[in-house]
Design a protein around this ligand. Sequence first.
Ligand code: URA
Length: 212
Amino acid sequence: MHLHVANHPLITHKISVLRDVNTPSPVFRQLVEELVTLLAYEATRDVRVEEVDVQTPVALTKGVRLSHPRPIIVPILRAGLGMLEGMVKLLPTAEVGFLGIKRDEETLQPFTYANRLPDDLTGRQVYIIDPMLATGGTLIDSIDYVLSRGATEVTCVCLLGAPEGVEAVRAHVGDAKVSIVLGALDERLNEHGYIVPGLGDAGDRLYGTAAN
Ligand code: URA
């Protein structure tokens, strides 16, 4: 598994504002979108392209375009939805599927409650987006699911990660072609499964508590 932690002052600046308990939802949503676009730039470093001829006003030259099958973006509901706009801005021709996975508040174990993904993901590059890599349970379930459907490369884009979650994913995926791109790697998880220092509940910060 490959781990990339963004080390860029603009990303750290935006994450610092996200962490601030006084940052209101509209600003939080806007910053998440901006951050995802910056992280997606790194996450799509290996996106598959094919060569094409391009006629400029001056000469014929070679360029590239995204190759088929198109990459697929999978936001994990609900907080992953807040990252979707930023991701499709960078990959406008990607397909989008949805996975609804929720943590049981007591056991912290994830369970799947919604699935809108193609059955056949053979050969697809999949970008899973979920703001918080905490215990790793949700991400492990999502990765297992897309790999079991034939995906060959999985890149997970998360705003924050806990070392415990990163190690859990690493231990689970073995030799599978899985990458994680994080905005920041935080200190630890607390006893409630929250990332410390973190930013609290990403879904609540994005959408308020009504959708819980
Ligand atoms: N999910 C969140 O939204 N926040 C955390 O800190 C951990 C999991």
